[in-house]
Design a protein around this ligand. Structure first.
Ligand SMILES: Nc1nc2c(c(=O)[nH]1)N[C@H]1C(S)=C(S)[C@@H](COP(=O)(O)O)O[C@H]1N2
Ligand SMILES: [Mo]
Length: 348
């Protein structure tokens, strides 16, 4: 069903590409269709010479090779990753930033080793409050040269599902996705999952770098930070039919797509074919993991000729509903509103 589909290049340099909307289905995204999000040029890393250093406020500094990591206990998790800027172009006014359509979201099966066990081997000192993760990619932001860096609190970093990952969909982690080794923080927007991991440092004060406090924050129009961007918001997207397509009157049409959340799990998806006047419960696939999207489908029996606006709206286990209107914030993050899909139904 995914044959003939290709990623859409949003930017050549740095390379940014989105998953085709039609691929938002099934349980995982083929690696060749998984979205790619880079702030800087993709670094070339020699896997044999690569070392992950663990330092700062630790009892024992570590320098781990790829073989050292791969010899540790492995865990495999199916995880949906979404860029915090996914769908920002539907905000009004459109915020600055990479002009993503709705395809900066994908699901893969990732294999790695729990970060927590590496941290306990290093022995985090009591004075540490955060772990800082540095990528090997470098570039200029806000007039300064820097590496891509993000932090997690000591507690967040010890979650058993936070992994140091070396494999994606059963293959060695590709360079575009952070090979040889990246961090994976399931449930969070993608910015937390630092690629081309170079160093982990236990630090005594909260990290205030560019990608932690200048970006990946929900900010008001004046640029005042309201809160940091963390977990993925509740969202459903329709993969088929596609916006602008033509259906045939009287011929059953399946409305399908995927729904996910980094908070309470998705429990229900409702579909509307009349712009939200009436709603129908869709069938939902089970999760391969609590971090993965759920595919949904609902069959529209014998659609009548005319124009139609299709909607899919997700609900989570806490009873929260996906918003109908796009939220707005200065940098365009967390846009999770129901996306209208307009189709034509031609007389049969
Ligand atoms: N080192 C590094 N890690 C990074 C980034 C980056 O630019 N450099 N981009 C982040 C962002 S914003 C996202 S959404 C995810 C995207 O991961 P992917 O390219 O494998 O889809 O990687 C994150 N990790
Ligand atoms: Mo992102």
């Amino acid at each position: 069903m995914l044959a003939g589909l290709a990623r859409r290049t949003i930017e050549e340099r740095p390379f940014n590409a989105s998953t085709p909307i039609a691929a938002l289905q099934g349980s995982t995204t083929p690696t060749a269709l998984h979205y790619v999000r880079n702030h800087f040029d993709v670094p070339k890393v020699d896997r044999e010479r690569w070392r992950l250093s663990v330092g700062g406020l630790v009892a024992r500094r570590l320098g781990l090779s790829y073989a050292d990591l791969a010899a540790r206990p492995a865990r495999t998790l199916t995880v949906t990753m979404e860029c915090a800027g996914n769908g920002r172009t539907r905000m009004t006014p459109v915020p600055k930033g990479t002009p993503w359509d709705e395809g900066a979201v994908s699901t893969a099966t990732w294999t790695g080793t729990p970060l927590a066990s590496v941290l306990s081997e290093a022995g985090i000192e009591p004075g540490a409050v955060e772990l800082l993760f540095r990528g090997l990619d470098r570039g200029v932001e806000g007039g300064r040269e820097m590496a891509y860096e993000r932090s997690l609190t000591v507690e967040e970093a010890h979650h058993p599902d936070v992994l140091l990952v070396w494999s994606m969909n059963g293959e060695p982690l590709p360079r575009d996705h952070g090979g040889p080794v990246r961090l994976l923080v399931p449930g969070w927007y993608g910015m937390a999952s630092v690629k081309w991991l170079d160093a982990i440092e236990a630090i005594a004060a909260p990290f205030e770098g560019w990608f932690q406090t200048e970006r990946y924050v929900y900010a008001d129009a004046e640029g005042r930070t309201i809160e940091p961007v963390t977990r993925m918001r509740l969202r459903a997207l329709i993969a088929a039919p596609q916006a602008g397509s033509t259906l045939r009157a009287g011929r059953d049409a399946t409305v399908e797509g995927v729904a996910w959340s980094g908070g309470a799990p998705v429990e229900r998806v409702d579909v509307s074919v009349d712009g939200g006047r009436s709603w129908h419960h869709a069938d939902l696939d089970t999760h391969p993991s609590p971090y993965a999207w759920r595919a949904f489908r609902w069959t529209w029996k014998a659609p009548p000729a005319g124009e139609a606006t299709l909607l899919a709206r997700a609900y989570d286990a806490d009873g929260a509903a996906q918003p109908l209107e796009p939220p707005w914030n200065r940098y365009g993050y967390g846009q999770n509103a129901v996306t209208p899909v307009k189709v034509r139904v031609s007389p049969s």
